[in-house]
Design a protein around this ligand. Structure first.
Ligand SMILES: Cc1cc2nc3c(=O)[nH]c(=O)nc-3n(C[C@H](O)[C@H](O)[C@H](O)COP(=O)(O)OP(=O)(O)OC[C@H]3O[C@@H](n4cnc5c(N)ncnc54)[C@H](O)[C@@H]3O)c2cc1C
Length: 306
């Protein structure tokens, strides 16, 4: 069985990236995780999901802009997404997730902050929530600090915490104090042992602990996982503590565990599906492969055959 870090390292190898990007062989697998290349395709999926009683968060794929022009183009796309959502009959069920490195964080914190604030101003006019995804640990502190600066002026934002990082219990306290919405995830990046747990059991234990804190003391947390055991444990916790189903939501990724998404919806829990779109799908796609080695094994087998 291929390990997660081996898959992420192999996928970062340029010849592998070129092959996977160009080959039609992988298209069905890419399409399973990515809703399409355009905003219109993503909206079609979001509206269909809304009709099935599922909320969505649209993600315009891309990270780490190389210059200010790229970051400004990403900001313009975020604004176009907000304007398009505002015209949808299902606008109450659709929000967006963005990345600070796509707002230009590598080009400078104040530049990224200006772009981020501009997006939030448009989102406030259309009454839409904007979630800041969490990227690799190089960006954790800058992301949380940015949210702390911006949230008092723009309460329509929140972010994500990753249970694999040792620092996350302290960050959860910071964000509970701040009062912003937090999505808790396990974490999808390749991190060194100096900052993150390696053993799945430690990541899962931390996840449950932090999720409980957020559910008891936080503001409308998002429990983002496909892990049925964790979901059951947190449902039991909510029941034991008298936490109403309307005070938190479950979130899952587009194309993963649709059965679980529908099941939770049928039980009356709010469920939101994260819907990625755009042509910069490769890094997102490789993180999904690393979570499910069987998929990556299929790709490697095809590479060696061909
Ligand atoms: C809505 C949402 C937003 C996210 N945002 C971020 C973010 O901002 N930053 C970040 O670092 N990470 C993010 N993630 C990814 C997250 O960190 C995990 O990498 C991912 O969710 C897999 O972990 P898991 O909790 O599902 O548990 P796992 O233990 O990895 O998986 C549990 C079960 O889910 C199923 N499963 C999980 N992944 C896959 C897959 N790729 N293909 C098929 N089946 C699968 C399998 O049945 C597996 O046994 C997000 C995840 C979700 C659901």
């Amino acid at each position: 069985m291929l390990g997660r870090s081996l898959i992420l390292k192999t996928a970062a190898w340029k010849p592998v990236e070129r092959l996977v990007r160009r080959s039609f062989l992988f298209r069905p697998l890419v399409r399973r995780f990515i809703a399409g290349d355009t905003l219109e395709e993503a909206m079609t999926h979001a509206e269909k999901l809304a009709e099935r009683g599922l909320a969505t968060s649209l993600d315009y794929l891309g990270e780490n802009t190389l210059n200010e022009t790229e970051a400004l183009a990403a900001k313009a796309t975020y604004i176009a997404m907000l304007e398009r959502i505002a015209r949808s009959p299902h606008r109450d069920r659709i929000n967006i997730s963005i990345k600070l490195t796509q707002c230009g964080l590598d080009q400078g914190e104040s530049f990224a902050e200006r772009n981020f604030r501009e997006v939030l101003t448009v989102a406030a006019k259309t009454d839409t929530f904007v979630r800041v995804d969490m990227e690799s640990s190089d960006y954790t502190e800058r992301t949380i600090a940015m949210i702390e600066r911006v949230f008092p002026d723009h309460p329509n934002t929140g972010t994500v915490l990753q249970s694999y990082l040792y620092r996350t219990p302290d960050d959860a306290e910071r964000l509970i104090r701040l009062g912003c919405r937090v999505r808790i995830v396990k974490g999808a990046y390749l991190e060194p042992e100096t900052v993150a747990f390696k053993e799945k059991s430690r990541v899962d234990e931390a996840y449950i602990e932090i999720a409980k804190q957020l559910m008891s003391r936080g503001r409308y947390p998002a429990i983002a996982t496909h892990d049925a055991k964790i979901i059951d444990a947190l449902k039991a916790y909510a029941k034991a503590e008298g936490i109403d189903r309307s005070r938190f939501e479950f979130q899952m990724l587009y194309g993963i565990r649709r059965d679980l998404q529908d099941g939770l919806r049928d039980e009356g829990y709010p469920v939101r599906v994260y819907v990625p779109f755009g042509d910069m799908w490769y890094p997102y796609f490789t993180r999904r492969l690393a979570e499910r080695p069987a998929n990556a094994f299929f790709i490697l087998k095809s590479l060696f055959k061909g």
